[in-house]
Write a protein that binds this ligand. Structure first.
Ligand code: FAD
Length: 322
């Protein structure tokens, strides 16, 4: 039987597929067989990039008409499956919407889901996903059994997105069927958080601050350094919980997973829950006044010092370089 037909649930921002979507398509392509993307909307703005990353076909729901995306997309997926194009595996990003669609589809199709995975392998007919647990100190391999499609969600940055210069994906209409009473919930407003500079989970340089900054006002040093380096500011959960910065800044187990070229951790102790979100960074620079702080265990460059002295000097040195 093998794996002949894989779908990827595609997400887009301003019409363009998200990096997470392109990561999943790249992985799906490497597993062999036909790869299709499934996207909300008309898919026209995304079909080129989706095709470049391996999607031969792009199932597009058309306008969701204000319906809750999870409800509408899961119903549209089920309609295509019932219509005869049933995939072996559907890969979802471990995002809010990805999990919502996947959970609803799981109930509709009565299929198991495996979530929070970071890799997938196919050997013969066996599809196995790998999931880190206990802050990444243990890896669990789980093989799907039972009827297909298998539904699996993957953490961001589990795979590297690479274009393969394919043709644009062929758009195939996958209209949302009548949702019955589940269509009663509608989206009344969408708030897009304003950001300047690169996105935290896509930036090549991340400068993150923690409780060692001492007080909320001092977070401006993190923002200044991030700006000077054309990077993105991030944070530990301690200062998100304290209300210094919004949740969207949080790096870690319950925040974002980042893998930048350079990660600067300033006044962050290096709790396991923080480190699972950043230890995959290529170069880690830690600034902490406690030389025993766990963050130094993963740092490539450690500065034992006071953030209030080190950060202003770094900012001034960068400013002097123009
Ligand atoms: P602290 O642990 O208080 O560390 C502050 C550090 O600053 C210390 O090392 C100190 O030496 C240093 N310092 C103090 N003053 C200075 C100074 N003047 N100059 C230089 N250094 C200084 N945390 C996350 O970050 N992300 C998550 O996603 C996350 N998820 C969690 C999920 C669960 C279920 C749980 C239980 C916890 C989670 N946490 C998460 C919280 C985590 O356990 C830590 O509490 C948190 O990361 C600590 O943040 P911090 O390093 O800023 O603060």
């Amino acid at each position: 039987m093998g794996i002949d037909n894989i779908w990827v649930f595609a997400q887009a921002a301003d019409g363009a597929p998200t990096t997470g979507t392109l990561e999943l398509l790249t992985k799906a392509r490497s597993l062999g067989g036909t790869v299709s993307a499934f996207i909300a909307g008309d898919g026209t703005g995304a079909a080129g990039a989706l095709g470049d990353h391996g999607a031969a076909k792009v199932y597009a729901t058309g306008d969701l008409g204000g319906a809750l995306p999870g409800v509408a997309i899961a119903a549209a997926m089920q309609a295509v499956i019932d219509g005869g194009d049933s995939p072996d595996l559907i890969m979802f990003p471990q995002s809010y919407e990805g999990r919502d669609v996947m959970a609803r589809l799981s109930v509709k199709l009565d299929r198991t889901v495996l979530t929070n995975s970071t890799s997938v392998t196919v050997e013969g007919d066996t599809v196995t996903v790998q999931t880190p647990i206990f802050g990444g100190s243990k890896l669990v391999n789980s093989a799907f059994t039972g009827e297909r499609p298998y539904l699996a969600a993957f953490r961001p940055k589990s795979f590297v997105a690479e274009a393969a210069a394919g043709a644009a994906g062929e758009i195939v209409a996958a209209p949302v069927p009548d949702l019955g009473s589940t269509g009663g919930a509608t989206v009344t407003a969408v708030h897009v958080e304003e950001t300047s500079g690169p996105k935290l989970d896509e930036a090549a340089i991340v400068v993150a601050g923690g409780r060692g900054l001492g007080e909320a006002d001092k977070y401006s040093m993190i923002e200044s350094l991030a700006k000077a380096l054309k990077g993105a500011p991030g944070a530990s959960r301690a200062i998100v919980d304290a209300g210094w910065v919004p949740y969207s800044y949080q790096v870690g187990q319950t925040g974002k997973v980042v893998k930048p070229t350079v990660y600067i951790a300033a006044g962050i102790s290096g709790a396991t829950q923080h480190m699972v979100g950043m230890k995959g960074s290529k170069n880690i620079i830690a600034i902490n006044k406690d030389k025993e702080a766990p963050i130094f265990g993963v740092a490539d460059l450690g500065i034992v010092g006071d953030v209030h002295k080190v950060l202003p000097q770094l900012i001034a040195a960068l400013a002097a370089r123009g």
